[in-house]
Design a protein around this ligand. Structure first.
Ligand SMILES: NC(=O)c1ccc[n+]([C@@H]2O[C@H](COP(=O)([O-])OP(=O)(O)OC[C@H]3O[C@@H](n4cnc5c(N)ncnc54)[C@H](OP(=O)(O)O)[C@@H]3O)[C@@H](O)[C@H]2O)c1
Length: 323
């Protein structure tokens, strides 16, 4: 698998980063067995995915713990690019933002214990905290970096203004925003800004939480009763029918290459200008097998234009409905 360097760091990530939000289960993704998560980790590494994205909040510590155990048992620490986050704390079922300095220091230690490592390759602020200034957060991240506790500084879900403010107080190497065929807001301001400022973009939810695989439209797979999907606008009418039509046409393009819709979606997303890696979530080994074959081939220029026009038509119809 192709590796891509994160500017101004010693780190290279794989074109696909493994997303592990579903590990550890919970209300967002429903039940996930640890043995399936471990099998996904093994399959990913065997197929050249060297970067793994997690966060303390995923499975309330469970995702980090599963990954930490896996890396230790397989002695893979020096082979894996480990990316985690901070800034969301929980008490029972209540989750809240907390980026106060004291809590950031605690979170670093908690994640180091669960992941069983002294340092993280990429450490990312998960979401801005409305009650803490960006400068306070950035100062703490900068200190982690100076001390060698983290090899690259990242933020997630930040606006351009927040990124600019952050950069006054800390180096910034990675941005982790949402990005997929149906969610392209970052193309306007954020991608050009990151390209200009040498910030790597590692986009999340490239399959739009599995919706872009087409399985809820063409394969008789029911939309799961989990928080990520059950109320998702894209699988509800009137949007469902518009999306189905668009995905059907995209699937016809994928057929020309002997690829699945999922593979076309992965290829397209990863090859957009300014995208360093995409974080694809997976829960079963067969998903990894399919997803990895989304790379290593090219969509030709004419089909690329056709995809652009299909996505534009879909967006226009959706915007019309929202008016
Ligand atoms: N920074 C943030 O705020 C933030 C937010 C969201 C996500 N993330 C990160 O980004 C990662 C990816 O995002 P995501 O998990 O939201 O969405 P995603 O990557 O768009 O979708 C992943 C889900 O799609 C399904 N899937 C994957 N491959 C498939 C295949 N080949 N065929 C059919 N179904 C397939 C799986 O769920 P099912 O099998 O259950 O359908 C999988 O969990 C997360 O795991 C997390 O690491 C970060």
């Amino acid at each position: 698998m192709e590796l891509r360097k994160i500017p101004e760091t010693t780190i290279s990530v794989s074109a696909i980063t493994l997303g592990t939000w579903a590990f550890g289960g919970g209300k967002w993704w429903g039940t996930q067995l640890d043995e399936d998560s471990c099998a996904v980790l093994i399959e990913s590494v065997n197929r050249g995915i060297i970067s793994i994205d997690t966060a303390p909040i995923y499975g309330k510590g469970r995702s980090e713990k599963i990954i930490g155990d896996f890396i230790r048992k397989k002695r893979l620490r020096d082979k894996i690019v480990l990316a985690t986050k901070l800034g969301l704390s929980w008490k029972g079922s209540r989750v809240r933002h907390n980026l106060r300095k004291k809590r950031m220091l605690q979170e670093l230690d908690e994640s180091r214990q669960r992941l069983q490592t002294d340092f993280f390759d990429i450490y990312q602020v998960h979401w801005p905290d409305p009650e803490t200034s960006v400068s306070e957060t950035a100062d703490v991240m900068s200190n982690f970096y100076k001390k060698g506790l983290i090899k690259a500084v990242g933020v997630s879900n930040y606006s351009v203004d927040q990124i600019k403010e952050f950069m006054k107080h800390s180096p910034l190497h990675v941005l982790q925003p949402p990005y997929n065929m149906f969610r392209r807001e970052i193309e306007k301001e954020i991608i050009p800004f990151c390209l200009k400022n040498n910030i790597a973009i590692i986009g999340y939810s490239p399959l739009n939480s599995g919706i872009l695989t087409g399985k809820f439209f063409f394969q008789n797979v029911e939309v799961p009763d989990d928080l990520c999907r059950k109320d998702h606008q894209d699988v509800k009418e009137p949007f469902f029918s518009i999306n189905k039509q668009c995905l059907k046409q995209l699937k016809n393009i994928a057929d020309k290459y002997n690829k699945t819709l999922t593979q076309l979606v992965i290829n397209w997303t990863r090859s957009r200008k300014g995208i360093t890696s995409i974080i694809v979530g997976a829960r079963k080994t067969c998903q990894i097998e399919e997803n990895v074959d989304g790379l290593g081939w090219e969509i030709d220029g004419q089909d690329d234009q056709e995809i652009e026009s299909l996505l534009k038509k879909r967006e226009d119809k959706i915007n019309c409905l929202k008016k």
